[in-house]
Design a binder for this molecule. Structure first.
Ligand code: BES
Ligand code: MN
Ligand code: ZN
Length: 475
């Protein structure tokens, strides 16, 4: 039994070992055994005569790893629903990384979307109110960092979960302005007129099927001590506020989850909201290419040829492959105008990525080994697994177009839809170090599991923030 076990056993007169035995507890990570304290509330069961203890929760820490701590934190927070205050001694035996993971897990699992119900549902017990951690306060900063990161994921989840009758590109821009005001970020939004004047042909083409016009949102963070040599990270997020597929309409069931098709953008916004609090030492610009992909009367047609921001002409053969068109503009703009040290884009880009890696792992593409390694390591440490996928030269010809510079989907069958999408994006990065995260799988959770809550996950926020905290290493 971990620290505090003996004290609790003694002061409350509980036989915790008997409880563990009764439940056949194994101690695996995230296992929780609840031991109610009888007579609580009448002063009968108090520690040091001060606090009435109504429940003791025993949580398994498995192999004691960082991942096990994340799981334990999440399980504890879930088991403590409906409870106002919980004190934990887990922190007494965990190092900084484990403490962080424990707190991140607890806060992430406590997430609940509010605001769209008129009455609470019967079994919706309130999330745990306060979690007190045993310790002397020397590690308050570690805890604060963990909370900031988890809340950045909450921000992304909130945005992703918002229904699309509420959430359109201008609404998303409004949220960016709000976050900018709260976190001292410079926010600039291009409307459809500015996009047209400056030649953002991909964002406009995707947006023109909707009566709710597209936006390009730019959020800029400048660290307190920046000079000319301070690296500049540009994060680009796919911000499709709803993806019907456009004229290449999606089938009925496939369309339902598409309010979360702006998760990449939401992740970028969540990250930008956290960088100042985390003391990130590099410049960060977040670009969210926001459009609603609808089959309106002015919608683009399969077979149209559009011109991207950098002048590349693209034959659009399937209007449901809209994400790469808006991303290509934003990436090309970053490369041409923002002098980035590195560009990372995040997108719910292809169903094929889910087919390849499932719901638990994000697809990572980069030609830069150091960048790919750093992102993978950051994801591993943060509990967001990334798997490196190949940018196969042999598949490039599949994007050949008979009429334009390039087609945006394969014109020759090679398969590997996530790979061909990444190859399309790669054309727009020129010689800038670049990574692409296809998060179509892990952007949503089908059920509550560990630190995830059913619905939007905000996948990518943690990995990117861990990476930025480490100084965003590139070759
Ligand atoms: N937003 C979808 C990708 C997606 C699918 C995300 C399922 C999450 C769950 C994207 O815009 C899309 O429709 N991609 C097409 C590309 C195809 C037309 C080349 C796809 O994956 O089918
Ligand atoms: Mn689509
Ligand atoms: Zn999409």
């Amino acid at each position: 039994m971990g620290p505090g076990g003996a004290e609790v056993t003694e002061s409350l007169g509980l036989d915790l070992f008997a409880a563990l035995e009764r439940e056949r507890a194994t101690g695996k990570a995230g296992e929780v055994v609840s031991v109610p304290v009888f007579g609580a509330g009448r002063g009968a069961a108090s520690v040091d005569g001060e606090v009435d203890v109504t429940l003791v929760l025993l949580v398994g820490l498995g192999d004691g790893s960082v991942a096990a701590h994340r799981r334990a934190g999440a399980a504890l927070a879930r088991a403590a629903r409906g409870i106002d205050r919980l004190a934990s001694t887990v922190t007494l035996t965990s190092d900084d990384a484990a403490l962080r993971a424990f707190v991140e897990g607890a806060v992430l699992a406590t997430y609940a979307l509010g605001g769209f119900r008129t009455k609470p549902v019967d079994d919706a017990r309130a999330p745990l109110g306060t979690l007190a951690l045993a310790g002397d306060g020397a590690r308050d900063e570690v805890v604060a960092t963990a909370v900031t990161i988890a809340l950045a994921s909450w921000t992304a989840r909130d945005l992703a979960q918002t229904p699309s009758n509420v959430k359109d590109p201008e609404w998303l821009a409004g949220r960016a302005r709000q976050l900018g005001a709260e976190h001292r970020l410079d926010v600039r939004v291009r409307d459809e007129k500015a996009l047209a004047d400056e030649g953002f042909g991909g964002i406009l083409a995707v947006g023109m099927g909707s009566v709710r016009p597209p936006r390009l949102i730019a959020m800029r963070y400048e660290p307190p001590k920046a000079d000319r040599r301070t690296p500049h990270v540009v994060l680009v997020g796919k911000g499709i506020t709803y993806d019907t597929g456009g004229l290449s309409l999606k089938p009925r069931e496939g369309m339902v989850p598409m309010k979360t098709d702006m998760t990449g953008g939401a992740v970028v916004m969540g990250v930008l909201a956290a960088v100042r609090e985390l003391g990130v030492e590099v410049r960060v610009t977040g670009l969210v290419a926001a459009a609603e992909n609808m089959p309106g009367a002015a919608a683009q047609r399969p077979s149209d040829v559009i011109t991207q921001y950098d002048g590349t002409t693209v034959e659009v053969l399937n209007t449901d492959a809209e994400g790469r068109l808006v991303l290509a503009d934003a990436i090309a703009y970053a490369v041409a105008e923002l002098e980035p040290t590195v560009v990372v884009d995040v997108a719910t880009l292809t169903g094929a990525a889910t087919t390849a890696l499932g719901r638990g792992i994000g697809a990572l593409y980069s030609a830069d080994d150091a960048l790919a390694g750093a992102l993978r390591d950051a994801g591993e440490a943060a509990g967001e697994r990334l798997w490196r996928m190949p940018l196969v030269d042999d598949y490039r010809y599949a994007l050949d177009s008979a009429i334009a510079d390039i087609a945006h989907i394969e014109t020759t069958k090679v398969g590997g839809g996530s790979i061909t999408a990444a190859l399309f994006l790669q054309r727009f990065v020129r010689d800038v170090p670049w990574a692409h995260l296809d998060i179509a799988g892990p952007a949503r959770a089908e059920s509550d599991k560990n630190e995830l809550v059913k619905g939007g996950t905000g996948f990518g926020v943690r990995a990117l923030l861990y990476w930025l905290e480490a100084g965003a290493p590139v070759t």
